[in-house]
Write a protein that binds this ligand. Structure first.
Ligand code: NDP
Length: 316
């Protein structure tokens, strides 16, 4: 039975950054990039231009950025497997990681499976329709694109993310319409007040988005009033879903402590989980920042935590 020093599960900025650090520490990491669960490279593979990743003054596309991360990880000796991990077993050490019925064993495991932004499953917003053609689930990633300039933009959701995204979009939009299914925001008071007082924001209470329309890009949205059930159609140049994220933790089968939404809980200022030698980084344990650069930073932390754990235990 071959025992790896480090297995990394997940291939966004956190996973690849962890791999770069672990590989440079000569730990020969094995990284599961995922396959059916989503493209290797994670959420950035579905974005276009990334303008806020430091080091790229002219911007870089999400896929190019992730390709660079991947190349850098491989250059230092990371072994990448383009498969999903189906299950893990942390009940005995070395830990077992199973992919397509093949068992792998490792002294340390770094979990960086990310989170998936939730999307409304409505006509016009699906893959192959207007998704990524004016429909997005990340205003910070996509909002500055020219197609959204001076347009009527619609943000769906009533939490802090929706408010933050709506306020962010006011920089570019003609007007930002926040569509919320209730008559009260879930967002924190300070954020809610900021939104309500913004001259470019229009809050549409008790409304559900039921359809997005347009020939090649978003041209209009249909909203249903949750009380009268009346449907109204509105001109629109963009739609942003901000209805929460789902951390990708199902494969853990409750072996790690999660918060009430499903994010992995780690010790403060570290990537350590309550299980010795198991670390979590990136969006799967970060409900707050969720940026490529913060994910990469926590991937680096996870690799350093794993390296120290191995040294402390006389392994590697
Ligand atoms: P939340 O779960 O807090 O909010 C999700 C929002 O989407 C809710 O208003 C919910 O409506 C709405 N929603 C959910 N499903 C649907 C649906 N199917 N149709 C229509 N609306 C829907 O998620 P967030 O991403 O906003 O925030 C997650 C966590 O991150 C929170 O703890 C938040 O405080 C934190 N955060 C903090 C920030 C900050 O401090 N700067 C920034 C961003 C997030 P309803 O209210 O009716 O349930």
């Amino acid at each position: 039975m071959e025992e790896r020093n480090v297995i990394i599960i997940g291939s966004g900025p956190a996973g690849y950054a962890a791999a770069i650090y672990a590989a440079r520490a000569n730990l020969k990491p094995l990284l599961f990039e995922g396959f059916y669960s989503g493209p290797a490279g994670g959420q950035l593979m579905t974005t276009t231009e990334v303008e806020n990743y430091p080091g790229f003054p002219e911007g870089i596309t999400g896929p190019d950025l992730m390709q660079n991360f991947r190349k850098q990880a491989i250059r230092f000796g990371t072994e990448c497997i383009t498969k999903d991990v189906d299950e893990v077993d942390f009940s005995s050490h070395p830990y077992k990681v199973v992919s397509q019925k093949i068992e792998y064993f490792a002294h340390t495991v770094i979990i960086s499976t990310g989170a998936t932004a939730k999307r409304l499953d409505i006509t016009g917003a699906r893959d192959g329709e207007l998704w990524q053609k004016g429909v997005s689930a990340c205003a910070v990633c996509d909002g500055a694109m020219p197609i959204f300039r001076d347009k009527e933009l619609f943000v769906v959701g009533g939490g802090d993310t929706a408010v933050e995204e709506a306020l962010f979009l006011t920089k570019y939009a003609k007007r930002v319409n926040l569509v919320h299914r209730r008559d009260e925001l879930r967002a924190s008071q300070i954020m809610a007040d900021r939104l309500k007082n913004h001259p470019k924001v229009n809050i549409l209470w008790n409304k559900e988005m039921v359809e997005v329309s347009g020939s090649t890009v978003v041209e209009s949205v249909s909203l249903k009033d949750t009380q009268s059930q009346e449907i109204s159609k509105h001109d629109a140049g963009g739609v942003f879903f901000a209805i929460g994220h789902s951390p990708n933790t199902a494969f853990l089968n409750n072996q790690l402590k999660l918060d009430n939404v499903g994010y992995i809980l780690t010790e403060a200022d570290s990537t350590r989980t309550p299980i010795e030698g198991v670390f979590a980084c990136g969006d799967v344990q970060d409900a707050i920042y969720r940026q490529a650069v913060s994910a990469a930073g926590s991937g680096c932390m996870a690799a350093l935590d794993a390296e120290r754990w191995l040294t402390h235990n006389g392994i590697g």
